[in-house]
Design a protein around this ligand. Structure first.
Ligand SMILES: [Zn+2]
Length: 375
């Protein structure tokens, strides 16, 4: 199992983490919105009105007990990421499985992307604490099972959390190794213009788009009988908008079980891109993996752009990184030109299908290329 060099250097996590305030009562969540914030107890509505609406990133640490993870979120943002200790995996410097990837890419269907995105955005909201957010998870589970059905080796399971909405994990076992290559996308949504959790939140760009990118990639891989050498997982996260809740639970479990994660690629927003280029973000991610992701993206889809998030409380790739796993983040656009999400206007009609398809081509290519990673 890997751990951060930070810890191998003997820096005590205790000196980085102030004691979190004790629980004031049921129904509140402890969130951390800056490295120096020891934790603040808030209601679900306050997460929206005091943080989301003000564009303040946070991670929900109510259930996080691992001192290394808490230490990661307490590092000053300007310090970047702690270096990972040397690992067994070496990422290739070029692409080498085009002959296998291109026939799968040729089967990608925009009609599928559209159909599934329509269903996802038709839920009133996919907020993780709502009835319709749970209904969306149930629909996703059934769909994932049907897409996986052509290959009986694939398992599809629900990953329960302390809240109603589960995450969904699809696993394609490797023919050689149980080491993991993980593709992640959150499927919950939020409207930060009101404290009403049930307010209309179609979440088209954020992140029905990323969800359907994973679904269509899964479909072509499962239906072709493609047999990866390493194990592939498609992870659909609950509760990202609540502070990366679903992904934190999953990666905490994987760390506790000493799973070997070779790569985690997060797709959060893949539906609106005036630049026409995939944007690969460069801060609080694993640099060698990010270089490899860019190599694959440029090899199959053309030029890429880059951007930064500015905090380590950005999206689900932070959950992988904070648990010591190498992660990268692909997005549809730079922040400056990105679509304004988290409101009722993030609707189905805003989706640009050439953008969604571009991301699906990239992820399908990456799934094939990275399935040969070992370590
Ligand atoms: Zn998102």
């Amino acid at each position: 199992m890997r751990s951060f060099a930070l810890f191998s250097l003997g820096i005590s996590s205790a000196c980085l983490v102030k004691a979190a305030p004790s629980a004031p009562g049921a129904g509140l969540s402890l969130i951390k919105s800056s490295p120096t914030d020891p934790g603040t107890w808030v209601t679900e509505e306050q997460k929206i009105t005091e943080y989301h609406a003000k564009d303040i990133h946070f991670v929900d640490i109510t259930k996080i007990t691992d001192p290394e993870v808490l230490a990661y979120y307490s590092l000053p943002d300007e310090e970047g990421i702690p270096a990972l200790v040397p690992r067994a995996v070496t990422y290739p410097s070029n692409i080498s499985h085009r002959a296998e990837a291109e026939p799968l890419i040729a089967q990608l269907s925009t009609a599928n992307l559209q159909s599934w995105a329509k269903t996802l955005t038709d839920f009133q909201t996919r907020h993780y604490r709502t009835d319709t957010g749970l209904e969306a998870a149930n629909w996703l589970l059934i769909l994932a099972k049907s897409l996986a059905a052509p290959n009986p080796a694939i398992t599809v399971s629900s990953f329960p959390h302390s809240f109603e909405q589960p995450s969904i994990i699809v696993r394609i076992p490797g023919s050689v190794s149980s080491s993991l290559v993980i593709f992640g996308a959150h499927f919950d949504s939020i409207n930060d213009r009101t404290s009403d959790l049930n307010a209309r939140a179609p979440g088209a760009v954020d992140n029905a788009s990323g969800t359907v990118v994973l679904l269509e990639t899964l479909r072509v891989i499962a239906s072709s009988g493609f047999a990866p050498q390493s194990t592939l997982e498609f992870q659909f996260y609950a509760g990202e908008e609540g502070g990366m809740l679903g992904s934190q639970d999953i990666f905490a479990k994987y760390k506790a079980e000493s799973k070997n994660v070779l790569a985690m690629v997060n797709t959060d927003m893949a539906g609106y891109s005036p630049s026409g280029k995939i944007s690969i973000w460069t801060d609080y991610v694993d640099e060698p993996l990010t270089r490899y992701v860019r190599t694959v993206a440029e090899g199959y889809t053309g030029e890429t752009t880059e951007d930064t998030c500015g905090t380590r409380r950005c999206s689900d790739h932070n959950s992988a990184m904070s648990n010591g796993f190498p992660a990268a983040y692909v997005c549809d656009e730079k922040r400056r030109t990105a679509f304004k999400v988290h409101n009722e206007n993030d609707s189905y009609d805003k989706l640009q299908w050439d953008t969604v398809l571009r991301h699906t081509k990239f992820l399908t290519a990456f799934a094939v290329e990275a399935s040969y990673l070992s370590g």
